[in-house]
Ligand binder design. Structure first.
Ligand SMILES: [Zn+2]
Length: 506
């Protein structure tokens, strides 16, 4: 007899439907064959499942067993097929009726003693179950909150195979998982009000957040670049539900949810310059998302930017341009979302102190030039703002007031973003950082005086055409923060001041 159950396989961060078919016959020599591009852990499912059945006091009489995972031309990995396989065997051998399995999707690993264990991608699977019109999903308790975030399907979390069978056959009741209201974890976020001084850098952060611009801090060691960067997620607009689901799906597949439901705070990721490009971009076997995807809808912070390997920086180009990464290996091709804000920091010179009045810089001019040249041009091209973060003097720390709180800055950022949303509705642009070509001309029109002023600055500072474009974009954001329709001299002057690398020496 052939029994068919619904489950799902993960590709990237989404699930596709897999039908698990079990054929069982008492005729012939007992055997167990698994077909349908099952990889690694899936092939080992047989051992785990047979032991789990035995230890849960279920008896399957010896027979010829064939298991097929359809569609057979797509790879299936991981341990999520353990539970459906066990249930399929029970139904095929006539221990439980097949009918009771029909309305459900199943995803859980089984331990040898029959307990359900969590698997990556439970939210994606629950979303698949919903789109397939299933009644609900059966997952391990640790995956319950996550799966319950897919509204519209029921989530049940039996602790053991025995409980699952009792529930499905109507011999025991289970309560459906109630999704916990997403907690606003904003308390954990560091506040901008804790940082004294650094007015210029804080203002640059506000502009970057308002226009979704990428930002580079340049300053001596210990000047507070990292401390400032960590406060960026707190001034970005809150994640909306759709974005929160996107981020949660990524963290689920990466096994980083740890039993939580929805991720509600924008991610802040800090890969180290010694990390491999696989760690940064994703990949590996089985494939997993990299730092660029874990930073999706949040911030990717690269400290000591010139220390990163050139290759690692080159691979950032695709996500920065397309908001996604595509990874092709011999065994697979996957893509992951990777739409993040790039925040980077660097010292002004190899020793770090060329802009610090309290230290003497020991670097030769050539050494400084070589150091700067390590930044990849195409990457630098994607960074609209570069500002200096000077060492704050003791006097300044004593006298300066706490600035505005992150909540106050975020309010202004949200207002400026709303202006952009309204203005770019129906266009390919979402924020000012996306402006280019004809749209840049249309939305950054300059008056005669403003054009002359910018022209003079371009000549005096020997700015490139690219720098010109970026100044206009940033000026547009500054005007939006100001609530101004037209770009003024002040907007342009401030935008120019946020481009220190254009001036050779900072
Ligand atoms: Zn130096």
């Amino acid at each position: 007899m052939v029994v068919r159950l619904s489950c799902g396989a993960i590709s990237g961060v989404d699930a596709f439907r897999v039908d698990l078919e079990v054929d069982y016959s008492r005729q012939g020599m007992p055997s167990f064959v698994m077909v349908g591009l099952a990889e690694g852990a899936v092939r080992e499912a047989r051992e785990r499942v047979l032991k789990a059945l035995q230890n849960s006091s279920f008896r399957i009489p010896p027979g010829r067993i064939t298991v097929n995972l359809a569609p057979a031309d797509r790879r299936k990995e991981g341990t999520a097929y353990d539970l459906p396989l066990a249930l399929g065997l029970l139904a095929a051998a006539g221990v439980i009726p097949e009918e009771c399995l029909k309305p459900w999707f199943f995803a859980a690993e089984l331990s040898l003693d029959g307990r359900l264990k969590p698997v990556p991608g439970a939210l994606a699977l629950a979303l698949l179950a919903r789109s397939e019109g299933a009644r609900g999903v059966l997952v391990a308790p640790e995956n319950g909150q996550e799966a319950a975030m897919a509204e519209g399907v029921e989530t049940f979390t039996p602790r053991t195979l025995g409980e699952a069978v009792a529930f499905l056959t109507g011999n025991a009741e289970l309560a459906a998982v109630c999704p916990e209201p997403p907690s606003e974890d904003r308390d954990d976020l560091l506040d901008l009000a804790d940082v004294k001084g650094h007015e210029k850098a804080k203002r640059a952060m506000e502009i970057a957040a308002a226009g979704a611009h990428n930002l580079l801090f340049i300053g001596p060691p210990g000047s507070g670049k990292t401390m400032l960067a960590r406060r960026m997620p707190g001034i970005l607009p809150p994640l909306d539900r759709e974005e929160a689901l996107e981020v949660t799906k990524i963290y689920s597949v990466a096994r980083l949810l740890n039993g939580r439901g929805l991720v509600t705070v924008r991610p802040f990721r800090t890969p180290h310059h010694s990390d491999s490009s696989v760690a940064i971009i994703g990949g590996g076997v089985p494939p997993h998302p990299g730092e660029v995807s874990l930073a999706h809808r949040g911030v990717l912070f690269l400290d000591e930017l010139p220390e990163f390997q050139r290759q690692a920086l080159e691979v950032l180009r695709q996500p920065l341009e397309q908001g996604r990464v595509f990874i092709s290996r011999a065994a697979y091709a996957v893509s992951y979302p990777a739409d993040f804000m790039l925040l980077a920091a660097m010292n002004p010179c190899p020793c770090g102190y060329s802009t610090d009045p309290r230290h003497t810089c020991t670097c030769s001019a050539q050494a400084v030039a070589r150091y700067r040249a390590r930044l990849s041009g195409p990457l630098l091209d994607r960074i609209d703002l570069h500002v200096e973060v000077p060492a704050v003097s003791y006097e300044e720390l004593q006298t300066s007031h706490a600035g505005p709180s992150s909540a106050q800055v975020r309010e202004r950022v949200v207002r400026a973003r709303q202006i952009q949303t309204d203005r770019y509705r129906g266009t390919p642009c979402r924020t000012n950082a996306d402006l280019s070509g004809r749209m840049l001309e249309e939305y950054c029109r300059l008056g005669r005086e403003e054009r002359e002023f910018l022209g003079n600055a371009v000549n005096a500072l020997a700015l490139s055409a690219r720098a010109y474009t970026r100044i206009l974009r940033v000026a547009r954001t500054i005007a939006d923060l100001d609530g101004a329709a037209e770009l003024s001299l002040a907007h342009i002057a401030e935008a120019i001041s946020c481009r220190v690398l254009d001036r050779g020496q900072s």
